[in-house]
Design a protein around this ligand. Structure first.
Ligand code: IP8
Length: 246
């Protein structure tokens, strides 16, 4: 089984509020059709969820956020999810909509529900979850990032490999020369080596990728503008991107 995160920066135009990158979404979907293994998808918020979370000052920390903000963020993620679902359906991928409320309970994953996701994928559907705003308890809510969901699913389901689809080629050792780090082994070296040059979003991904690879799973970071690289990573062909060796 393969676990894939479609980053918000690749499925939306991040600088333009509420604007999906339809051509990339469709291209990725048509490549995913070539995969002959069960697949689980998680997608990010991009210029949908993040746009509204910033406007309503909402964060990953559980707190009493604006009720209107919560409703708007949630609604925007359903809208983005619907766009992904429609594209997958059009490409004959049999998507199975899976909001994180289906398997998260008060800030923690429900083990049995997560296990069910793998069974759905093995039965031939493509579960699609996404980063969202969730109820925490006691009138508090929090933003659950899709990267966090990746960590949760990887730990419980132990997929054969994990892929983060980005809008860059992978992790650069040097932002000026755009020198790509092809392979990263061991969490500590990786983060200290690249930590100075990455954006907040990228450093979170690096952290999550390192943690997942510590469970013995190979984690690939690939550019979604060249979606054939996703299939190459899965098929073990000459892969272009960064791999965190598990
Ligand atoms: O883009 C965040 O998910 P991410 C989702 O995976 C929201 O961090 C609601 C901002």
């Amino acid at each position: 089984m393969i676990l894939i995160k479609l980053g918000g920066s690749i499925i939306t135009h991040k600088q333009k509020p509420l604007s999906p990158n339809l051509s990339v979404i469709n291209k990725i979907a048509s490549q995913l059709k070539k995969i002959r293994e069960p697949v689980i998808i998680v997608h990010g918020g991009g210029s949908f969820g993040h746009y509204w979370s910033v406007r309503y000052n909402m964060h990953t920390k559980p707190a009493k956020y604006s009720k209107k903000g919560i409703a708007i963020v949630k609604n925007s993620m359903v809208e983005l999810n619907k766009i992904i679902l429609s594209s997958f359906l059009k490409h004959d991928l049999n998507p199975y909509c899976l909001p994180p409320t289906d398997f998260m309970l008060g800030g923690k994953a429900d083990f049995k529900k997560v296990k069910e996701i793998a069974k759905i994928a093995k039965d031939g559907l493509v579960p699609i979850s996404y980063g969202d705003v969730l109820w925490y308890g006691k009138n508090k809510f929090y933003i659950l990032s899709g990267d966090k969901i990746m960590g949760i699913l990887a730990k419980i389901l132990k997929p054969r490999l994990v892929i983060f689809v980005l809008n860059v080629d992978g992790v650069y050792s040097d932002m000026k020369t755009k020198k790509l780090l092809r392979e990263i082994k061991g969490q500590k070296t990786a983060i200290s080596k690249v930590g100075m040059d990455v954006t907040g979003g990228m450093s979170r991904k690096i952290k999550e990728a390192s943690l997942i690879s510590k469970n013995g799973i190979n984690v690939f970071l690939v550019n979604g503008n060249k979606p054939e690289r996703i299939v190459n990573a899965i098929k073990g062909k000459n892969f272009e991107g960064t791999v965190f060796r598990g």
